[in-house]
Design a protein around this ligand. Structure first.
Ligand code: ADP
Ligand code: MG
Length: 474
């Protein structure tokens, strides 16, 4: 039996007002080398200044990952030379990361698995390189963007577990509001460590560096499992090495072996004074951590009795889940609110490719709409019409119902008046009324509906007609 083991090192860019050690803008710029300050270019003698907001955001993710936080924030220098790193070292954390010894619960095949987090640290991103045939271009816009690196223990044992961990971590970061964590924009990248073993010991670790999408993480894992298993089957030994994924073929290839391992000569960054991490600071940050995706899903199923599928749909986007929660807090029935949110509302958002904040709809409107159906003011068919109007105009459902003259007539005397009118106009038929012949009563119901444009309550209409027509029977 071959046992697969996977550990991940996941980089994610944080959003912030400025870069992590410089005042340059942290954001997209179509012009290369536009968002740069001296620090990002590695000018000698320029001092880095740690961005407090970035530190707080990193601590937020650390706490959401159940990590132990440090007593102070300090940084370390990781020394190596590469053209995308103008200073010759990266400012990162090694001595005291923003978090250690945490965990993240993930759900695989309906079961909860705890993925242990070794540490999470805050560091600066490097510049980006564009390689051409005979030359390369450097863009320093990315240099100095705050990056958090989450390192798991080697505790995952399949591609599914690794990909689910990545999805869950991504959702945690997005729910925390610290980054959009979009891998299609290069905000999330990952080093994938895979080993295969036929004993109780862990096999030699093969690291695939800088994989740029979850899809490619899956391909890298598939390829490595197959490659390493074959080596073992043939009686060979898997070498500990660092490899790269070829995006075109989905195959990994050798980059460097253990003997060439880089010694980074870490030491504490002397130019940044320590930031104390106080209880007050941690408390403030903790208050801003929302209930996360998996916990919400579990609550929807157990407390509101929603099905697996609906719960999944609701928690996929935090803002939609927040919207639904507010409907329920206002007193809406969870199942009915869920139907409106996952059905009509999300349908509308998907069709128009927009997010909920772009729509003038408020949770209280869904609650009102449900009330209008419950107290029989409108039918559920009419409610859909009201919804369409509401989602486009932001008008209150009550006002829309009034404007469109949609109210069902439930007032007894009003219906009675119409019933009497209809009987008077159709006296001949009324005289021939026979309670055994149901088709005849249908005729009268039809007449009442015609006069009220379908708004008379059908049950009441039927009952009154029967009573009045009975008087005609000799
Ligand atoms: P290094 O000292 O080479 O940086 P670490 O032990 O710190 O290696 O681990 C780096 C990453 O590799 C972690 O994500 C860890 O979970 C993973 N890892 C370590 N050993 C193995 C292994 N035998 N198989 C799979 N992943 C591993
Ligand atoms: Mg790193």
């Amino acid at each position: 039996m071959y046992k697969v083991t996977i550990g991940l090192e996941v980089h994610c860019e944080l959003e912030s007002n400025s870069k992590v050690f410089s005042p340059a803008v942290n954001g997209y710029n179509e012009n290369p080398n536009a968002n740069v300050a001296y620090q990002d270019l590695g000018f000698p003698g320029i001092l880095p200044v740690a961005n407090e907001e970035a530190i707080k955001r990193a601590l937020k993710v650390s706490m959401a990952l159940n990590c132990k936080t440090p007593d102070e924030i300090i940084f370390d220098r990781k020394n190596y030379y590469y053209p995308d790193l103008p200073k010759g070292y990266q400012i990162t954390q090694m001595t005291k990361p923003v978090g250690i010894n945490g965990y993240l619960n993930i759900e695989v095949d309906g079961k909860i698995k705890k993925v242990d987090i070794h540490d999470i640290h805050l560091e600066e991103d490097t510049a980006s390189l564009d390689h051409y045939d005979t030359y390369s271009l450097i863009d320093y816009n990315r240099s100095g963007i705050p990056l958090i690196e989450t390192v798991t223990e080697p505790c995952m044992h399949s591609k599914e577990e690794a990909l689910t961990f990545l999805e869950t971590l991504r959702s945690l970061i997005v729910y925390c509001g610290v980054s959009q964590a979009r891998s299609d924009k290069g905000q999330m990248r990952c080093d994938v460590n895979v080993s295969v073993s036929d004993t109780n010991e862990l096999g030699s670790k093969v690291e695939i560096k800088n994989v740029n999408s979850f899809y490619n993480v899956g391909r890298a894992i598939d390829f490595e499992i197959e490659r390493q298993t074959k080596i073992l089957q043939n009686g060979g030994v898997v070498e500990q090495e660092t490899r790269r994924l070829d995006d075109e073929t989905g195959e990994t290839f050798h980059m460097r072996s253990k003997v060439d391992a880089v010694d980074y000569k870490y030491f504490i960054e002397p130019n940044i004074s320590p930031t104390p991490v106080t209880y007050e600071m941690l408390d403030e940050i903790r208050k801003t951590i929302p209930m996360l995706q998996l916990e919400r899903k579990q609550m929807y199923k157990s407390k509101y009795d929603l099905c697996e599928y609906d719960s999944d749909v609701l928690v996929k986007v935090k803002e939609n889940s927040d919207f639904f929660n507010e409907c329920v807090e206002l007193g809406a029935d969870p199942k009915k609110a869920c139907n409106w949110v996952t059905g009509m509302l999300m349908g509308y958002l998907n069709t128009n490719e927009i997010t909920i904040d772009k729509v003038p709809i408020k949770p209280v409107m869904i609650k009102e709409l449900i009330d209008l159906i419950d107290n029989k003011t409108i039918s559920s068919k009419q409610a859909k019409e009201v919804f369409e109007d509401m989602v486009n105009t932001g008008k209150e459902p009550k006002d829309i119902v009034k404007e469109k003259g949609m109210m069902q007539i439930t007032d007894d005397s009003a219906i009675h008046d119409v019933v009497m009118e209809v009987l008077k106009e159709n006296e001949e038929q009324a005289k021939e009324y026979n309670p055994e012949k149901t088709r005849m009563i249908d005729f009268f119901v039809g007449q009442v509906m015609k006069k009220t444009r379908g708004k008379a309550n059908p049950a009441k209409t039927m009952q009154m007609l029967k009573e009045e027509l009975a008087k005609y029977v000799k």
